[in-house]
Each structure stands twice: as C-alpha cells, then as structure tokens.
Write a new protein. Structure first.
Length: 132
C-alpha cells in the first residue's frame, strides 16, 4: 500500500494517510452524522500508544452496544471502552451518533487529542491479495 503525507490540516503533527480508493476525511466534517460499525478513527497518539493510533468502532455480538477497540500498534485488540446507550444514533440501533462522540470525546474516545484532530474512514478496505 502506498502512503502520502497529509499536510492540509491544522493537526499537531503531520499524519500519514493511506492512498487508497477509500477516502479519509476529517471526523468533524463527516456527513451524515451516523458512525457505523467498522468505522476507523485515526488520531495522533501519545503514550502508551504509538505516534498515530487507529481505533475501530465495533458492535458487540448479541447486543445493540458499541465499543471502541484499539486497531493498531502494541495495544491492538484492546477494548478501550463500551459506549453507553445514549451514544446510539437517534432512531437507529446499529450506529453511533457523531454528535455524541464529539461532545464526549475526551471521556469516551481519546483524551490525547481533540475530535478536530481525528480522521475518519468508513472501514478498512478489503485486500486484493494475500500479499498486501
């Protein structure tokens, strides 16, 4: 996979963004306001994470609950937290509200940066071969 340096935003540090047909976008600019399972939030990391960390929104099996899981680095696979029921998108049991995530960013998502510094990807792209 090829990578490009993103220098367009006012993030603390430059962030490497993957060059794929999938579009990364600033989380706060996301439209529509629902965040579905499989969504990726990329943020500038601080200890105990690497300098860039991805979090994955997951839907817990057999429930309508959502959780945030570390997707990259040495902490990959750890559940960062299970969102409360009020995090769900209005009238939709299978998505999380972007407005709620922004309003509760420091407590429920990540206190190492602001929501304005986060990037969003609908989901990781599927690999075309076993060699990627």
């Amino acid at each position: 996979m090829l990578w490009r340096m993103d220098t367009s935003g006012a993030t603390r540090d430059r962030m490497w963004m993957p060059m794929t047909d999938r579009a990364w976008q600033r989380f706060v600019d996301l439209d529509p306001p629902d965040v579905w399972r499989g969504a990726v939030l990329r943020v500038p990391g601080t200890y105990p994470y690497e300098s860039i960390v991805d979090f994955l929104i997951v839907n817990l099996p057999g429930t309508n609950d959502f959780a945030l899981v570390v997707a990259t680095g040495h902490k990959a696979g750890l559940v960062r937290g299970i969102f409360p029921s009020e995090a769900r998108a209005t009238g939709n049991k299978v998505a999380v509200s972007k407005v709620w995530l922004i309003a509760n960013w420091e407590r429920w998502v990540y206190d190492g940066c602001t929501a304005e510094e986060a990037w969003f990807l609908q989901n990781y792209p599927a690999a075309d071969s076993m060699n990627e």
